[in-house]
Structure formats: C-alpha cells, structure tokens
Design a protein around this ligand. Structure first.
Ligand code: FE
Ligand code: ZN
Length: 520
C-alpha cells in the first residue's frame, strides 16, 4: 500500500481533464485523487469529480480572484466542493498518517467472553416448531416466575376452573381484551386455558403492561362464575448489584449506522472515528476515557441494506450489499487495533430476518471479517466484557412494545426496553412486526440477568437504570428518513453513550455539528 500511495499515475485521468480545461493541479489535490483511487473497488475516471469541482469553483469565485487562484485546483477545492468524498478522505488519511495518539493502558487486558451466540444454532424446524417454541418459552419463564416469593402453590389451569377461594396459576397470555369494566385475559398452560378478568384499577394497570404471549403469574378467585384476578406478576429481574470491572475500562455503544443510506451522517461518524484516535472534538476532556477505551459494541443495522422496504433504492448511495459492507469496513478499519469491536446484525443487515439472527455471513461482509479486531456475532448475544455481562440485542420487537403499550414513545426507548426485562423475554409478542424462527428452544428468554442491556433500532438514545441493570439504547448515525418523517419520528443521531465498566457510569458525547445540516 505504501508504494501505491505515491503512484501519481492513478490521478492521471483527473489531472489530464483539468489541464484540458485550462487548470493546474496542486500536489495536495493530486494526493487526494490518488488516495481516492486507492479506495476499495475504485476504477474508472476522476473526470466527473474534477468537472464538478471546476463548475463549483467558477460559481463560487466570480470575478474577484486572481488568475492563478482561479486556474489551480487545490486540495482545499476538492474538500470544499466535493466534501463528502474528499473531506472525509482527508480526515481518514490524517488519522492513518499520524497513528494513534494514545498508548492505551493494559492492552492485553481486553477480555471478551462470549456466553451465548445464536450463530451456531438449532435450525428452524417447520411449523411444528412453534408449538415446541412456546412450550420451551413456558417452561423457562414459569421456572423464573416460580422463584419469586409470591409463587406459592401454583396450580394447573385445568384444576382451577371451578375452584373456590384464592389460587395461583402461571401461563402465557393468549389474548387481551379491554371491556368497559376491566380487561379480560386468556391464559394458557400445559394443562389448558381459561379467561381471567381484571377489574380493580391496579390490576387493570398491571394487565396493560403485560405483553401478549408473555408469561405471568396470576392470583385469582372464582366469583359469580368468573375468575377475578387479584394480582398479576411478571417474571421481572431481581433487585441486585451489577458486576463491575476491576480495572478502569471503557466501552462505546453504537448501533444503526445505516451505511449506504443517503442519510448516513458520514461527517459525524468520521468525527467520532477521529475522536477514537485521540483527535478532534472533546479530545482534551476525554484523555482518561480514550486511554482506557477497550470496546466498541455495534448493535445492528450496520448497513442500510438493499430491498429492505419498497423503493429503498432511491434512498441509497450504494445499491450493492457487499459494497455497503466494504464502506463500513473502511471506516471501522480506522478504529485503533487495540480496541475490540463486537458487531451483531439488525433488520437491515444481510442475514436471516427471524429472531434469533445468525451473524452476517462472510460472503456479504468480507471486509468486516478481515478486520483483525472485529468479531461478528448473532442477535441477540450475551457477552462479558472484563467480567461485566452485556446483553446485545438489535431491538426489532421494540416497535411492537411501543405500539402495544400505552404511554410509551420513540423518544424514550429505555422505557420500552424495561418492559422486555420485566417480561424476561426479548420479543414476547408473536405474529406482529417481529419475525421469530420456529425453534425447539426459545433463546429469546432472558435467562441470565445482564449488567448492561444494550439495544438500538429505535434511533434515539436512552439511558436508564432498572434494578441494577444499566439499560442503553444507542441511537443512530442516520438522519431522518422519509419513512420516519411520515410517522412523525425524529431520530437523535450522532450522540454516543460511553460506559466505564468499573463503575457503570455513562458519559454521552455529541458528534453532530452544525456542518451536518440538521436542526437538532
Ligand atoms: Fe436502524
Ligand atoms: Zn433496525
């Protein structure tokens, strides 16, 4: 590569065109043109780019400039008139040329343990799989519920129907119907099903928080031929103290890059990469963070994908999926190699759409697999970073939770994530927007309570603490799309949560500036 960098013949098509038009080309412009042509998969002529620069230069300069200024194309011209190509390239080159400012402490101490990853997983087993899936879900969640103090003497639904006095059952919520004086729930266990009525205000409220197909414990009493619920209990997570790293180590949480989209905020993302290398925004105040930054976690929607929704091609700058992954790989290659990167897929990525999602196959994302410090995992996956457990999940089902739960909004995604923790399931609602694979084992049950629960998908940053778990939604690097505009959703891009794993304290850093042309 070093030899290639000086190979000025690569800039020939641009230089020749400029001269034909009566312009000279400065060495800095030649350097950028060569760097551009050295980019992955670059072929063809620089003529269209140089033509754009000349056109814009004429328009901008008018009659006041000197002839010499007017007649020389400089590196500054390229950066000014084609900023999304050359300004970015220049930043990348500076990072590469200067190397990393920080000697990161305890480099060898990066400690990633993958506790579970659905990539090497059971195959989906056809339509019969759903019966097995729900059986597995019921078994796992009822086991968690039975550990709760309220769970004394749980009876089977088939035994309860004509029961007098109070009793307790545990089952999956098959349906939920609001009536004028309460809510009717249909509950199902391995023995049968029954209708239960919530009439008291607090029980009606609890019923409202319960997701369809979730597992709950109900204390009930037969009255006037009906079973009336006295209380509804979700599996929930116990109140506890999270594990922390013995040494100071920072993890950065990202998601929803959507590279390939014409709304990908390249400028902001480049500023973030420059920052990771100890330069640019926040550099002075973040010496401590940058010196101990060990992990970058990417929670899916790495690229915008191809054919994800109708007419998506009009919103893409790159319509080839492998080329989109190459674009990301070129960016992530700028992350210092001592930092460990973990990446899972989202619903825009090229892998099975049904949850759990295996990692993105190598054939689509060669460039990412070639990065020595990046590890591709499935969605969801459970890892430990310096002993701190992290559940990484893209968050597709948050759409369903937000649609079904009164009082929630896209601006406060951590609230919706809390609902998943309480249900101890990442996608309780079946048959809505979240496709789920028919497998014998329900791996979307949150069996281990994580110290950090990370998701994305909602494109809005949210941080919350719930019973010892730090909940993080990591926002996005994509500006508002027309789809989101129609739905009235305003994303919050370019804001990055950084966690000190020794304390679980969160620092937020902003990488959006007025240059990005967004009103925030
Ligand atoms: Fe997304
Ligand atoms: Zn998504």
């Amino acid at each position: 590569m070093a030899g290639e960098k000086n190979d000025v013949t690569k800039a020939e098509s641009g230089v020749r065109y400029a001269i034909e038009q009566g312009y000279q080309v400065s060495p800095s412009a030649i350097r950028l043109m060569v760097a551009f042509m050295n980019g992955q998969g670059r072929e063809g002529s620089l003529q269209p780019l140089v033509a754009t620069v000349i056109e814009e230069k004429l328009r901008a300069q008018g009659s006041i400039s000197t002839i010499k200024e007017m007649r020389t194309i400089t590196g500054e011209d390229l950066k000014k008139f084609v900023p999304d190509v050359f300004e970015t390239l220049d930043q990348e080159l500076n990072v590469l040329a200067d190397g990393n400012k920080f000697a990161r402490a305890d480099v060898a101490a990066t400690n990633v343990e993958v506790m579970s990853d659905p990539t090497q997983s059971a195959q989906a087993i056809g339509i019969d799989g759903f019966a097995q899936l729900f059986k597995s879900r019921y078994e796992k969640l009822s086991r968690i519920l039975k550990e709760r103090p309220e769970a004394r003497q749980i009876e089977k639904i088939s035994q309860i129907n004509n029961h007098k006095g109070r009793s307790r059952v545990c089952g999956l919520v098959l349906s939920k119907r609001t009536m004028k004086n309460g809510v009717e729930l249909v509950l199902d266990d391995e023995s049968g099903r029954t209708s239960i009525f919530a009439m008291k205000d607090e029980v009606v409220k609890a019923a409202g928080q319960v997701s369809l197909d979730a597992c709950i414990l109900v204390e009930l009493e037969g009255k006037g031929g009906r079973l009336i619920a006295h209380s509804i209990t979700q599996p929930d997570v116990p109140n506890r103290v999270a594990a922390t790293s013995k040494k100071t180590a920072y993890a950065v949480f990202l998601s929803d890059l959507h590279v390939g989209s014409n709304k990908f905020l390249q400028g902001a993302f480049d500023r973030f990469l420059v920052w990771l290398n100890g330069r640019g925004l926040h550099e002075e105040i973040d010496d401590e963070i940058l010196a101990h930054l060990k992990y970058v976690i990417i929670g899916g929607d790495i690229v915008d994908g191809v054919g994800v929704f109708p007419n998506q091609e009009y919103e893409l700058v790159e319509t080839n999926i492998a080329a989109q992954y190459d674009m990301v790989a070129r960016k992530l290659a700028l992350i210092p190699k001592e930092i460990s990167i973990l990446a899972i897929p989202g619903n825009h990525d090229s892998t099975r759409q049904a949850l759990p999602q295996p990692s993105i196959p190598r054939k689509y994302a060669e460039g990412l697999y070639d990065l020595p410090n990046l590890r591709m995992l499935g969605d969801p996956c459970f890892v430990k970073l310096n002993g701190v457990s992290v559940l990484i999940y893209h968050g597709r089902s948050l759409d369903d939770v937000l649609a079904a739960t009164p009082g929630l909004s896209y601006e406060r995604p951590a609230e919706a994530m809390k609902i998943l923790l309480k249900a101890r399931h990442l996608a309780p609602m079946f048959g809505s927007r979240t496709p789920i694979a028919p497998e014998a084992d329900d791996r979307l049950v949150v069996e281990q309570v994580p110290d950090i629960f990370h998701a994305g998908h909602v494109h809005s940053v949210g941080i919350e603490r719930y019973r010892g778990t730090l909940i993080i939604n990591s926002g996005t690097w994509q500006g508002q799309t027309s789809y989101q505009a129609n739905l009235g959703i305003s994303p919050r891009p370019g804001l990055v949560p950084i966690v000190n794993l020794a304390t679980l304290e969160v620092t937020l850093r902003e990488f959006l500036t007025s240059n990005d042309g967004l009103v925030s």
